[in-house]
Design a protein around this ligand. Structure first.
Ligand code: ASP
Length: 630
């Protein structure tokens, strides 16, 4: 290599006119005009137009070499900057100038690439992009995401380490299982045959132990691993901003995190986040049917059980009989929930509302009842029409007042046990937002940004499949301060009492997506043991798995609390993309494959033997002979 750049391709400006400079980069595009050859040269910073002009110093032999250059060849050039003769290209930061080449060095010739990393051209499908990720990442828009991500990492450290005295501590990757809900990736240990490490779902226990160890304020930008079922917006490994603080209660940590959100959005997007509203889990579920409500649009849900009880509508009646006598908000108690859709009488056709009944079935409810509130063309009077109109008409005044109805509205009802009806109507609300166009279009910087902190979650819920109690956040989450006694005294068989215990957990929600979750932790070994027991761990099992934690809690654990932000998700919001793979340099596909390196892969039998592992995998087709046998 002889030509070393004196600038980056995105840097030359009219100030440089007349100067001789050198650039290195990739041939982004190529145009031969007979007497002139134009090349756009690209590097991470942008593009500069090169021109080979024999009348302005480009010698003949250069023209011959330039003539053979093709897209993605790697070159170095030296030459003089001049004002662009063909007129300014307003799309480029360097659009006012061009570089007349007087020296050219071919640094590497490119094979015909499978696609050109051109943001304006036709991109191949995502599989091809992932297979040739290095070409895909060459695109300026992908480089921009990488640089946003890098700036974000710096911003995180600036706030926590720089401004707030957190200590960045690395915790192990080879670790032991923690029950945070997901399946774990296991790593066999060659020196201890038959034994396995687990990759961390999160550094949860280490960060709590660090608090016992007097670290006071911990942060780590860490990789977490969860072997969960494939989903479009999930990756088996992802990045978290993991945090823990000692001698704090819920409000202290929420204030610290709110400060972070504000600092992050200001630094990244120059956006001033207004004070963040706290919303209880109960209010979130009541008004939005979900614990991470999207408050960018209204469409609030109403519990109309009392109104519904007065009607003769069988669907309402049957639902309201469920769980009779149980306390309000109990998961099994029957309720009727409604959403008023302004202007729905016109927007929502019969076909659409019929479709909603199908839509909600997977959530366990039989269907959606509907009614329109319109002006009777004959009498000019307001009336209920279609669907369950005849059951509601006798109670019109009460329904109109209770739901705040206006002519032209449609109301959708779901009637079932509290937990089922709430979830189903929450899903329906999100669907309605899409169908009726009330979701705001992102503005210039991706906003509007609606942040909420959701608090007062239940401690436990019953797992739908197994029927066993599970911790709603994780088993290390403490009851809210005023709930400790109720929890300690609760009888393990008393479902209604246990369901009502409120935890000291909190989530930060942005536009309907959870960007962070955490809790005040249990720092009292007895409370921790009771949680383990409720979750079905015998004292022996609890000791076997967590003796280190229980021991640590008994040796002077300070009150502590923590949280983790999903870093990839933050970057998605900042970049305005809904594809998690776009914000990760080397992501995996939905089923967890790395298409570029072809991981995961079979391994030679010898390697398995060394690990005392016998694979029971049998390839389906004879053609796919296992390399293990090779
Ligand atoms: N360990 C939790 C998680 O990964 C976060 C926390 O409670 O701090 O979701």
């Amino acid at each position: 290599m002889k030509i070393f750049r004196t600038q980056l391709c995105g840097q030359p400006r009219p100030d440089h006119i007349g100067q001789t400079i050198s650039l290195n980069g990739w041939v982004n595009s190529y145009r031969d005009h007979g007497n002139l050859i134009f090349i756009d040269l690209r590097d991470r910073s942008g593009l500069t137009q090169l021109v080979f002009d024999p009348e302005d110093g480009s010698q003949k032999h250069l023209m011959e070499v330039a003539d053979k250059l093709r897209n993605e060849d790697v070159i170095g050039v030296t030459g003089k900057i001049r004002a662009r003769i063909g007129g300014e290209n307003t799309k480029l930061a360097t659009g006012k100038i061009e570089l007349v080449v007087t020296e050219l060095e071919l640094l590497n010739k490119t094979e015909n690439p499978p696609f050109l990393p051109d943001d304006f051209g036709q991109l191949p499908n995502e599989e091809v992009r992932l297979r040739y990720r290095y070409l895909d990442l060459r695109r300026p828009s992908m480089q921009k995401i990488l640089s946003i991500r890098s700036k974000a990492l710096q911003t995180v450290r600036e706030y926590f380490v720089g401004k707030n005295d957190f200590l960045e501590v690395e915790t192990p990757i080879l670790y032991k299982s923690t029950p945070e809900g997901a399946r774990e990736f296991l790593v066999p240990c060659r020196n201890m045959p038959g034994q396995f490490y687990a990759l961390p779902q999160s550094p949860q226990l280490f960060k709590q132990i660090l608090m016992v160890a007097n670290t006071d304020r911990y942060m780590q930008i860490c990789r977490c691993f969860r072997d969960e079922d494939p989903r479009a917006d999930r990756q088996p490994e992802f990045t978290q901003i993991d945090l823990e603080m000692s001698f704090v209660r819920r409000d202290h940590i929420m204030t610290m995190m709110e400060g972070f959100v504000r600092h992050f959005w200001k630094t990244m997007l120059n956006y001033d986040v207004p004070p963040i509203t706290r919303m209880s889990y109960r209010d979130a579920m009541e008004n939005y049917g979900i614990d991470r409500p999207d408050t960018r649009y209204d469409l609030k849900i109403k519990d109309i059980s009392t109104l519904a009880a007065a009607t003769d509508f069988g669907v309402f009646k049957t639902a309201l009989e469920k769980g009779a006598g149980r306390p309000a908000f109990n998961s099994k108690r029957g309720v009727v929930k409604a959403i008023r859709v302004p202007g729905g009488a016109e927007k929502l056709t019969r076909k659409i509302t019929d479709g909603y009944s199908e839509f909600v079935k997977p959530f366990g409810v039989g269907g959606v009842a509907t009614v329109k509130y319109i002006k009777d063309p004959a009498t000019g009077e307001a009336k209920f029409d279609t669907g369950c109109a005849k059951f509601l008409e006798p109670h019109k005044a009460a329904f109109v007042a209770g739901l705040g109805l206006e002519i032209g509205d449609t109301v959708l009802f779901i009637a079932d046990a509290y937990a089922v009806a709430t979830k189903a109507i929450g899903e329906l609300r999100a669907r309605l937002a899409r169908d009726t166009g009330v979701l705001p279009k992102p503005g210039a910087e991706g906003g509007p940004w609606n942040f909420i902190i959701v608090i007062d979650f239940p401690m436990f819920e019953r797992n739908k499949e197994t029927g066993k109690w599970v911790a709603m956040h994780h088993p290390f989450t403490a009851p809210r301060d005023d709930q400790v006694d109720a929890f300690v005294n609760a009888n393990e068989g008393d479902d209604d009492a246990l369901e009502a215990i409120v935890s000291a957990g909190y989530d930060i929600v942005l536009n309907g997506s959870e960007i962070a979750g955490g809790s005040v932790r249990i720092h009292d070994g007895r409370v921790q043991s009771k949680v383990f027991s409720l979750l079905g761990l015998s004292p022996e099992q609890a000791r076997d798995k967590f003796s280190f934690l229980l021991e640590a809690l008994s040796f002077g654990a300070p009150p502590h609390a923590g949280i983790a932000f999903g870093f990839d998700r933050l970057i998605m919001h900042i970049c305005g993309t809904d594809n998690i793979r776009d914000v990760i340099a080397f992501p995996k596909t939905q089923i967890g494959q790395d298409l570029m390196t072809r991981a995961p892969s079979l391994v030679p039998e010898k390697q398995l033997k060394d690990l005392c592992i016998a694979s029971t995998y049998v390839p389906d087709a004879p053609a796919a002979a296992s390399p293990q046998k090779a």
